[in-house]
Design a protein around this ligand. Sequence first.
Ligand code: TXA
Ligand code: MG
Length: 321
Amino acid sequence: MSPTTEITRAAATLRAGGLVAFPTETVYGLGADAENPDALARLFAVKGRPTDHPVIVHIGDRSDLDAWAVDLPDVARSLAEEFWPGPLTLVVRAGSRVSRLATGGLETVGLRVPDHPVARALVQDFGGGIAAPSANRFGRVSPTSADAVRRELGPDVDRVLDGGGCSIGVESTIVDCTGPAISVLRPGGITEEHLEQATGHRPAVGGATRAPGTLPSHYAPDAGVEVVEPEHLAATVTAHRRAGRRVGVIGLAVDVVGEAALDPAVTLAAVETVDEYARALYAALRAADEMGIDIVVAATPPAVGLGVAVRDRLRRAAGDR
Ligand code: TXA
Ligand code: MG
């Protein structure tokens, strides 16, 4: 089937109330019509997601912002102007068009224009908003390939569009624009440095607003995850090996190479940069489970650029279950 035919069919599936998984530049999303209560109910059921946890509504263009939001502050407009299409979700006051099932009952909505040709073509062909959380079961690792989606959701998803691997690999940055100053609810593809350049201020991080991606345990594989400073990697791996555990290692190549060879640990990912770390992270966590690894030891990257988002996801992958 040609890519255009596949997108046309997927848009028809959405219009019929079905669920379509699609690629974005961050992770794969599991999409449903943001105005169809039955489709949204099924979306939450398939994800196993509590109904009071809002999902992001994906729209086709920044000019659609006013169709989905009300009382837009100037800062939301200028961030959309600067970063859309792209890995930025803006939390703004929801217009009447947005089903309150998608917002988890909140009067605010997370909106994003994804920067992936398949996602944009799908939203445009569909002609509405696509409510889409990451295409994983609640609390689990987000998928960054079509194959990972199929393995995660099986027959529970009506269609999976394959757009290859995700270029960023961790979820979008969520910026709350409903308060007197913006705040970052979840670090992601648009970094604090980017936001500072665009607004002239270093944004506040964290806030009172609820964002379930910020639960202590999330993005978790079956294997345990231990996050260590690079200088403690070798000793930590050795200790786990001595206790008879199958160990997998993730980290920057400078930290991992040599250390992992000291011991018969499995190198899940040895990356050159923080961007590559983000791109490889979720596939490495999934691979750990497929390989029957007991414990993933991750050498933490520096907190610059995408390193902030990687550290956030590692901490949550290691969180109490
Ligand atoms: O990169 C991404 O954002 C991906 C792709 C598919 O776009 N989507 C994604 O969706 O990560 P999900 O559902 O896994 O995470 C959405 C996050 C949740 O933490 C949710 O709490 C937050 O967005 N969120 C959505 N609407 C919100 C709102 N009105 N107020 C506060 N947080 C909101
Ligand atoms: Mg998610």
